[in-house]
Design a protein around this ligand. Sequence first.
Ligand code: BG6
Length: 280
Amino acid sequence: MTGKGDTVTLTIGTSTAEIYLFGATLTSWKTDGVERIFVSETAHLDGSKAIRGGIPLVFPHFGTVATSKLPQHGFARNSSWECVKKTESTAEFHLKPDGVPTKLRELWPHDFHLIYTVTLAANTLKTSLTINNPSQEAWDFTTLLHTYFAVKDISRVKVAGLKGYAFLDKVNPPEGDAKPEESREHVNVAGEVDRVYEAVSNNKITILETGSGDVEVHKSHFPDVVVWNPWIEKAKAMADFGDEDYRKMICVEVGSVTDFISLAPGKTWEGSQTLVVARL
Ligand code: BG6
């Protein structure tokens, strides 16, 4: 990992969390000393690049968008956030346009206010994102919490709670508009996986067999769930991801990414996830 930027640390009992001001990216969540979040050994932690791992924040759009010149996943993960409130177990981070690198700011010239709150409790981590439009004009966004979970052996990991939901397969995109539905009770990873499950009304997704217990993801106001593992070839192609890292992580990302949300002047949108260590 390259040089370390400024961080905020939370502690409650035997649980801890660490969040970088750069990107407000949470890079560690430990319960009883067990790390639940994956960050690559080759991640850049000096603000020169979005952090490869942790919980990068995706805003104002997920992926690349034909109508936007912003890089993939927008600018929130590349911006300088401010920590405005902090207790032992909670921290609140804010981002306004002046925290966005000028070159990126010019590509999305709207006024906005993001508030990201991280709250730690025993065996539980809540991350909540509030998006406010203080300007006189409506603008559109998609957003997502890009959580990288640490696992001991990807071949054992199963994701429960997605059966029956339609998905966009980004590895093998469908020819027409028809989208298949997930038929499996447990989604596993045995090759590259990059799927956007849409309108997932079940708000509890569980990551089973992490190697140190099950982790539940409880989502609120995030309709979509992305499951991503780059597997061998894509891992080799990423400079800030170790060749073997794909074995040690799975991204389960809650978001609102399928449809753009139009945020009217003065309005606020909020979404959150609560991660719970369910079974050791
Ligand atoms: C996932 C996307 O959310 O993020 C993938 O579905 C993408 O398509 C992955 O490859 C990582 O993106 P990035 O920009 O951090 O390399």
